[in-house]
Design a protein around this ligand. Structure first.
Ligand code: HEC
Ligand code: HEC
Length: 215
């Protein structure tokens, strides 16, 4: 038994945190209670809200539970900086994080908001970036990582189709400005830094108009 902690010490604290995260199993029933802290912004159905010109609250319904838990831990440790979320993540221990992540992952995804008034040229450019990329600017298509229909792939690549436009835009800008640097190998940072604000807007409104589920 003594061997386990020694091995973990050799890997350092980060590896241990990853181990603890993977080992904590979530209970959706208990997570529903925790979610009472979250509904003021993320809404009772997990739909969140796009606020034009303001801070958009992301849809949490249907998000992958492992990705969800990672985000809460990342905001706690500061590799992802957000002043609005900070007081709430600090109320949660590892068990509560796993529980609330399990709860939201089971909710039916709701529709993306904030793309309804986009013009055709903007949507066309957004679709190009999302599905084919733009080799003249070294931008890989979003779906090459975010999966078919940009609906997510495994625990590492979250679904971004049907997410709110304002939230998607805010994340790409956060990577550009360096307030979000929690992505493995700078995968998102290196893309966001190559994108103009116009392209960021275009891909965000196009994705907001897509469905989060294949149904
Ligand atoms: C006062 C409003 C507010 C409350 C209450 C709130 N959040 Fe958030 N949440 C936000 C905002 C704003 C963001 C986007 C942060 C950013 O831009 O990085 C966010 C982001 C998130 C994300 C990241 C989603 C993603 O796709 O990466 C998760 C997960 C999350 N919140 C979970 C929770 C949980 C769990 C609670 C309750 C314990 C909660 N939030 C309470 C406003 C709120
Ligand atoms: C090389 C792989 C890769 C490509 C290509 C890629 N992404 Fe990502 N993206 C990631 C990873 C990995 C994450 C999760 C980072 C983390 O763990 O927080 C992510 C996360 C995101 C998020 C945050 C989602 C959330 O719920 O908070 C947004 C928004 C996003 N990507 C948009 C895009 C867009 C738009 C494109 C295309 C222009 C794109 N990505 C292309 C790897 C990629």
């Amino acid at each position: 038994m003594r061997k386990i902690p020694i091995t973990l010490a050799a890997f350092g604290l980060a590896a241990y945190a990853g181990f603890a995260l993977a080992a904590t199993e979530g209970d959706a029933e208990r997570g529903k209670e925790v979610a009472n802290l979250c509904i003021a912004c993320h809404q009772a159905d997990g739909s969140g809200m796009h606020i034009e010109g303001g801070e958009s609250w992301p849809r949490l319904a249907g998000l992958n539970a492992t990705y969800f838990a990672k985000q809460i831990h990342d905001i706690k440790t500061g590799t992802r900086v957000n002043a609005t979320m900070t007081p709430f993540v600090n109320m949660l221990d590892d068990q509560k994080i796993a529980d609330v992540a399990a709860y939201y992952s089971q909710l039916e995804p709701t529709a993306g908001q904030g793309g309804a008034n986009a013009d055709e040229a903007t949507l066309k450019r957004g679709q190009q970036l999302a599905e084919r990329g733009d080799w003249s600017q070294y931008i890989v298509s979003c779906k090459s990582c975010h999966g078919p229909g940009n609906r997510g792939a495994g625990d590492v690549f979250p679904g971004i189709a049907g997410q709110h436009a304002g939230y998607i835009e805010a994340q790409l800008k956060a990577w550009k400005e360096g307030t979000r640097k929690n992505d493995p190998q700078d995968l998102m940072g290196s893309i966001a830094r190559r994108m103009s604000d116009e392209d960021i807007h275009a891909v965000a409104v196009w994705l907001a108009n897509q469905s989060a589920s294949s149904k």
